[in-house]
Design a protein around this ligand. Structure first.
Ligand SMILES: NC(=O)C1=CN([C@@H]2O[C@H](COP(=O)(O)OP(=O)(O)OC[C@H]3O[C@@H](n4cnc5c(N)ncnc54)[C@H](OP(=O)(O)O)[C@@H]3O)[C@@H](O)[C@H]2O)C=CC1
Ligand SMILES: O=C(CO)COP(=O)(O)O
Length: 323
């Protein structure tokens, strides 16, 4: 290893020993970084791990429901002022509607916070199949540091200056992935799937714009890229939720047997709150919500989407005078 590479090696603590935390820990370790993967079953308490490891990078791969608790536990601990926080969670907090990076930034206002998100099905990454992702932050140096920590010949990492957009891309697509699973579960065909995913992206952009994200970001890896991966793979837990609901299972039954977290179920509820408060049209998300609540069957949800009022494809398309 060259001297400059050795200087770039970091002490990294990964919080959350689930599928994604494990895959990210492996990626950082391959590059020679010192990595400690902490989970609640760790024999050492979180406080001791962070004290001993003097972490330069703390990455959270915790499910949405645990983020605030863990952030509060870390808050009281003595950290180097340079410590970079990275969040890889794809969810929204109920009621506050905060993104995970907003929770981490509020807990650590003087530290850089970086979002890591992209088309990254953890099982494929664990098998060392090639993949790409995005690290986004208002702090360019912090994003570049995290880029070096995780980049390898199997994992290509891009930087992006729009953390809100990158984070929302990964979060919002989970709801569309549930709808895509329903579409495949009902055998509706390739045309239907293409229409669903494309109109799903339109909904993601609408919500993203209202929350301050840049539209272009949704056409990159963390938006369209992750939408394509998650809507087309049975490895996606969110897709599995939709697929199994379409095959007659109950939500309770699906969730009880799911290998890990499907954030789209809770995200969908939070999105309905945001859309109602801000008057945003999200018809696909609304049907996913009603399906999850047991208010419609998959077939009725399809009919309700197909029979909406007819309308122009784009909200504010500039009309060109050609005569
Ligand atoms: N798997 C994937 O392909 C990808 C997942 N993600 C996102 O990463 C996040 C984690 O996903 P994944 O690892 O797959 O999920 P898993 O279900 O495999 O793991 C959940 C993780 O969250 C932690 N956790 C859950 N509840 C709490 C809590 N109350 N307090 C503290 N920790 C808690 C668990 O901790 P513990 O280890 O202590 O049990 C575990 O590490 C999700 O937001 C997901 O959307 C993003 C990209 C890819
Ligand atoms: O976010 C993911 C892939 O990028 C993982 O998707 P699931 O959470 O649906 O498995």
């Amino acid at each position: 290893m060259t001297n400059s590479k050795i200087q770039n090696l970091k002490s990294v603590v990964i919080l959350g020993g689930g599928a994604w935390g494990k895959a990210l820990a492996k990626l950082a370790a391959i590059n020679g970084n010192q990595v400690h993967l902490w989970s609640r079953s760790d024999c050492q308490p979180l406080e001791k791990v962070l004290e001993d490891k003097n972490a330069q990078v703390i990455l959270s791969a915790i499910s949405m429901k645990g983020v605030r608790d863990v952030a509060s536990r870390v808050q009281g601990l003595p950290l180097s002022p340079q410590t970079i926080f990275v969040t890889a969670t794809k969810g929204l907090e109920p009621h506050t509607t905060y993104t995970p990076s907003q929770i981490w930034q509020a807990a650590f206002p003087d530290h850089p916070v970086v979002v890591l998100s992209g088309p990254n099905l953890s099982q494929e990454i664990a098998q060392e199949l090639p993949a790409a992702t995005v690290v986004a932050s208002k702090n360019t140096n912090a994003a570049q540091t995290v880029q070096i920590v995780f980049s390898s010949s199997r994992f290509r990492v891009y930087t992006n200056p729009d953390p809100v957009g990158v984070e929302l891309g990964g979060t919002l697509k989970n709801v569309i992935a549930i709808a895509a699973g329903v579409c495949d579960g009902l055998h509706l065909g390739t045309n239907a799937k293409a229409a669903l995913v494309t109109r799903g992206l339109t909904e993601m952009v609408r919500i993203g714009q209202s929350l301050g994200a840049k539209t272009e970001t949704f056409y990159g890896l963390s938006g369209l890229g992750d939408l394509l991966a998650t809507c087309n793979s049975p490895l996606s837990r969110n897709y599995q939720v939709g697929y199994q609901l379409a095959n007659g299972k109950t939500l309770q039954g699906v969730m009880a047997n799911l290998p890990g977290t499907a954030e789209g179920v809770n995200t969908c509820r939070v999105l309905m709150e945001i859309a109602q408060q801000q008057g945003i049209a999200i018809p696909i998300t609304e049907q996913v919500y009603q399906l999850l609540e047991g208010e419609v069957t998959p077939r009725l949800a399809l009919d309700k989407l197909m029979l909406r009022d007819i309308k122009p494809e784009f909200d504010n398309f500039p009309t060109e005078q050609i005569w």
